[in-house]
Design a protein around this ligand. Structure first.
Ligand SMILES: Cc1cc2nc3c(=O)[nH]c(=O)nc-3n(C[C@H](O)[C@H](O)[C@H](O)COP(=O)(O)OP(=O)(O)OC[C@H]3O[C@@H](n4cnc5c(N)ncnc54)[C@H](O)[C@@H]3O)c2cc1C
Ligand code: FES
Ligand code: FES
Length: 482
């Protein structure tokens, strides 16, 4: 078992000991490392000024660079990985990387505060094997804010970098050496790190995770740290005993089997995007609107459900899809329908030492209709005021045989609305059904007023989303699956 955090930066293995595991990557970079190119704007994952790129690499030479927010990533999440910051791009000869050159040529920087973050998001985009579409560029940059240049020159830089320097770069050439360095140092060994009396444990298998949690059932679980990181940076909390789920391979797999999509709890939203959209095409846009890409690259499905946020997007989504959770403690699994998981505000059915292991979602059939929308103040990278997710199963005559109506932002917990579901079952997909559902939604839900929306607005929007779903289902627009 390794007892030091080890990762590669600029071709060199870094070994960290004696640093509080609550330290963020950004604190380490700008503090002991005196590497101040990476900026701090918000310290809560919203602005992208702190964006760095992190790659996981295997012996076969496959590397996937991902943009992440250094401000809320604990330093130990880098263990076994390859880190690149804006300084890494220049290399030893100080020549600009094609991404930086493109930013210069398109005049894409004024005050420059956001620039290192944009550069690193574009760097990750440049290494993304997916097709380089305009949509992919917008999605890659939605988590970066610029207050003075304006986005047009930055988007032009994205185009320029592809035109002027396509093909592999210095980082591609370094993959075998970095993979060998990581394999020879940390390999796939478990990490048991201890500093300042605080612990970070990163098991690599479910069996090892069972062992760790049996010994320390009150340890704090951490996956993508996009919720937990904010506890550290905004509430100044320090966690004494952290167990990291992101290194457990069995929790990171997606299986599409007969009739169900089976997602590991540590699958990130970025990795879940394609399988979810393949099964339910309307989810392509829905998932793209979950935070910015830097967050989706690390935030997990399990963390999103387990945090039981009343305004999260994953819980209403999986409630409408009738998901079942596989929970795990001491190596024993139990299945629990997601609708029985939320017990009250931020309270769940998880027992001490128990984790969400998998999320199992029935796949749609030809009679399934499904739609999901989030309504927020901003289109990109914002938290929902209301999230509405709707599924109906139609009978042979086109009437609603079964309905699932789920919301976030409408109560202290994400929830389904059985009264509204009962009010629409057995009915045609018509205006009367749309109104019956909207009336039931308005009569049973009592949302709160807060900075995101008033209670009245939320009630009106919830009804309107259901009406929109009925109209979409009736016309077959973007809602037919199977
Ligand atoms: C800038 C920003 C934007 C965001 N935008 C959105 C958004 O659009 N929609 C949305 O829904 N959320 C959003 N979030 C919230 C957050 O990203 C999600 O809730 C995310 O999915 C949490 O996953 P994580 O892996 O990062 O969880 P972590 O922070 O690692 O953990 C969250 C909690 O869950 C527990 N936990 C984690 N995994 C498990 C498990 N497998 N079993 C049991 N307990 C577990 C942890 O102990 C912790 O209490 C945003 C957050 C930020 C910072
Ligand atoms: S500093 Fe704003 S996202 Fe990290
Ligand atoms: S260049 Fe000033 S914030 Fe973007």
């Amino acid at each position: 078992m390794g007892d030091a955090i080890q990762f590669v930066l600029d071709g060199r293995l870094r070994t960290i000991r004696g640093l509080d595991p609550n330290t963020t990557v950004l604190e380490w970079l700008r503090g002991p490392e005196r590497r101040s190119g990476t900026k701090e704007g918000c310290a809560e994952g919203d602005c992208g000024a702190c964006t760095v790129a992190v790659a996981e690499t295997d012996g076969a030479g496959t590397t996937h660079w991902r943009a992440v927010n250094a401000c809320i990533q604990p330093i130990a999440t880098l263990h076994g990985r390859w880190l690149a910051t804006v300084e890494s791009l220049c290399g030893s000869d100080d020549a600009l990387h094609p991404v930086q050159q493109a930013m210069v040529e398109t005049h894409a920087s004024q005050c420059g505060y956001c620039t290192p973050g944009f550069v690193m998001s574009l760097f990750a985009l440049r290494h993304d094997p997916a097709p380089a579409t305009a949509e992919a560029t917008l999605r890659a940059l939605a988590g970066n804010l610029c207050r003075c240049t304006g986005y047009r020159p930055i988007l032009a830089a994205a185009g320029r970098m592809r035109e002027t320097a396509p093909g592999p770069d210095r980082f591609d050439a370094e993959v075998p050496a970095v993979a060998a360095l990581l394999a020879a140092s940390c390999g796939d060994a478990e990490l048991g790190y201890d500093a300042d009396g605080r612990r970070w444990h990163a098991p690599r298998t479910l069996a090892a995770l069972d062992r760790v949690l049996a010994a320390r059932p009150t340890a704090t679980l951490v996956a993508g740290a996009t919720d937990l990181g904010l506890e550290i940076t905004k509430r100044h909390r320090r966690f004494d005993d952290l167990v990291f789920l992101g290194g457990v391979d069995e929790l990171r797999g997606v299986r599409r089997g007969a009739g169900a999509l089976d997602l590991g709890a540590a699958v990130t939203w970025a990795d879940a995007h394609a399988p979810l959209a393949a099964a339910w095409p309307t989810l392509d846009e829905f998932v793209a609107r979950f935070a910015g890409l830097q967050i989706r690259n690390v935030a997990t499905l399990g963390g999103n459900i387990a945090n039981a946020s009343p305004i999260g997007d994953g819980s209403p989504l999986f409630l409408a899809l009738d998901a079942t959770l596989l929970l795990r403690r001491d190596g024993v699994q139990r299945a629990l329908p997601l609708r029985e998981f939320f017990l009250g505000y931020r309270r769940t059915a998880l027992q001490p030492g128990e984790i969400v292991e998998r999320i199992v979602v029935p796949l749609p059939t030809p009679s399934t209709r499904f739609a999901a929308w989030k309504v927020a103040k901003r289109y990109d990278s914002d938290i929902s005021a209301v999230c509405g997710c709707f599924r109906v199963e139609l009978d042979a005559r086109g009437r609603i045989a079964e309905a699932a109506i789920a919301f976030g932002g409408m109560a202290a917990v994400p929830l389904r609305v059985p009264d509204a579901e009962a009010a629409v079952v057995g009915r045609d997909l018509d205006d009367a059904t749309a109104e019956a559902g909207a009336r039931a939604i308005a009569s049973v839900l009592a949302p709160i007023d807060d900075l995101r929306a008033s209670a009245g607005y939320r009630r009106d929007v919830a009804g309107a989303l259901w009406r929109r779903a009925v109209a979409a289902f009736a016309t077959g627009k973007a809602a037919r699956h199977g």
